[in-house]
Design a protein around this ligand. Structure first.
Ligand code: K2U
Ligand code: ZN
Length: 173
């Protein structure tokens, strides 16, 4: 298992529309396991492959938040939203590629997602609550969309400038 470096916005790889996974190789299975470990360590409840510099359609998530509950990791290749509810939820979102910045984002409160699991089997499940928010946030990453893209331009620019400053400081450290 290798912890992967999480890219910080702005980065062109975070804006790319990622390529579908043609076939699920052992290398991609290792990447998925590394992404789960990287996510747990961050800590986070989701992570998308472009965030670790791989522009393939792969996400991992585990939104179990209560301590003591069994972890419930999902590895999703080529995830797609089949249905989304008209009802919407607002959640204060963050992003591991935009550290320490949070803002309210409104999304459908329930989504039905279809994906290929690590064995290449097709899966389908309907998510609500934090799982729904998270899986939509991660699928957005595969389409080069960040949660700040839903904010007003001024707020988005302010956050982007803060990240550019953070990257300059990290480069100097
Ligand atoms: O994609 C990512 O950067 C992972 C996010 C996923 C996420 C963001 C907002 C709402 C739900 C999921 C990270 O997990 S941000 C850290 C975090 C942790 C707990 C709850 C919300 C955000
Ligand atoms: Zn994110």
């Amino acid at each position: 298992m290798t912890l992967r470096t999480i890219l910080i916005h702005p980065d062109p790889r975070l804006k790319k529309v990622c390529d579908p996974v043609a076939d699920i190789t052992d290398e991609l299975r290792v990447l998925a396991d590394d992404m789960l470990e990287t996510m747990y360590k961050a800590p986070g409840i989701g992570l998308a492959a472009p965030q670790v510099g791989v522009t393939s359609r792969l996400i991992v998530l585990d939104c179990v938040k209560e301590d003591g509950e069994e972890p419930h990791p999902h590895i999703m290749f080529n995830p797609e939203v089949l249905q989304a509810s008209d009802e919407r939820n607002v959640y204060e979102e963050g992003c591991l590629s935009i550290p320490d910045q949070y803002a309210e984002v409104e999304r459908p409160s329930e989504v039905t997602v279809r994906w290929l699991d690590r064995d290449g089997h097709e899966r389908q499940q309907t998510f609500d609550g934090l799982w729904a928010t998270c899986v939509q946030h991660e699928i957005d990453h595969l389409n080069g969309v960040l949660f700040i893209d839903y904010l007003k331009p001024l707020k988005r620019q302010m956050i982007t400038r803060k990240m550019q400053k953070l990257k300059r400081e990290r480069a100097r450290a």
